[in-house]
Design a protein around this ligand. Structure first.
Ligand SMILES: CC(C)(COP(=O)(O)OP(=O)(O)OC[C@H]1O[C@@H](n2cnc3c(N)ncnc32)[C@H](O)[C@@H]1OP(=O)(O)O)[C@@H](O)C(=O)NCCC(=O)NCCS
Length: 180
């Protein structure tokens, strides 16, 4: 059982943002909406309320996509050490779009917006993301925005991929991200 979307490359619906979708910073009034979006990956809305409120209060960057007054997607970034005892780096924290509105470019707008917000604070910042290696849709999404894979292993940034692998991707402001 996985919450990853089915991998369907070369969509004919390629990058068609819904004109009704606005990308903006999350506020505490978005707690329930964020919980609804997060429940698309499992669990009930009620179960996600507390963690959603914490995310809005604590993440230095957190954006939501709003359509017709409803929250339909989110993405954030936090500073976190990737290797034990290393300096904290900017790390993407969760990207989800509600199933009904997928493949319209909303995740690309959210991730691009988060990258822009991080770099308006810190122009030279590299940005990292950790993804399950089986989540091909998310890897393609990141690569489309200039991320490149730099490592692949069973545990990255304290996230364990039991029986599988995670992929560490990096985006550099100058667009270089060659494999090391
Ligand atoms: C992954 C996810 C966030 C993508 O959201 P989305 O709004 O549908 O993505 P977009 O429409 O912005 O797609 C941008 C690019 O991502 C890639 N992509 C998105 N969905 C894809 C799919 N099902 N298959 C293959 N590539 C996909 C494509 O490169 C796409 O560009 P294209 O449409 O021009 O081919 C969404 O499917 C989701 O919420 N999945 C479940 C949660 C999850 O896995 N989150 C990522 C955790 S790291």
């Amino acid at each position: 059982m996985t919450d990853f979307v089915e991998y369907r490359p070369r969509s004919e619906s390629s990058f068609r943002p819904d004109p009704q979708v606005a990308i903006r910073p999350a506020t505490t009034g978005d707690t329930r909406g964020l919980a609804v979006v997060r429940s698309a990956r499992g669990g009930s809305v009620e179960e996600h309320l507390e963690a959603s409120q914490r995310l809005i209060e604590r993440l230095p960057v957190i954006l939501v996509a709003e359509s017709d007054g409803e929250i339909v997607g989110w993405c954030g970034a936090q500073r976190s050490s990737i290797e034990p005892d290393a300096e904290p780096e900017w790390l993407i924290a969760g990207i989800t779009v509600v199933p009904e509105l997928r493949r319209r470019g909303i995740a690309a707008l959210l991730l691009g917006g988060v990258m822009g917000a991080v770099r308006s604070d810190e122009p030279g910042a590299a940005i990292f993301s950790v993804i399950n290696a089986r989540n091909l849709a998310s890897i393609d999404l990141h690569e489309g925005l200039g991320f490149s894979e730099i490592a692949r292993r069973a545990e990255i940034a304290r996230i364990e991929f039991a029986g599988g692998e995670g992929v560490l991707l990096r985006s550099r402001p100058d667009g270089t991200a060659a494999r090391e």
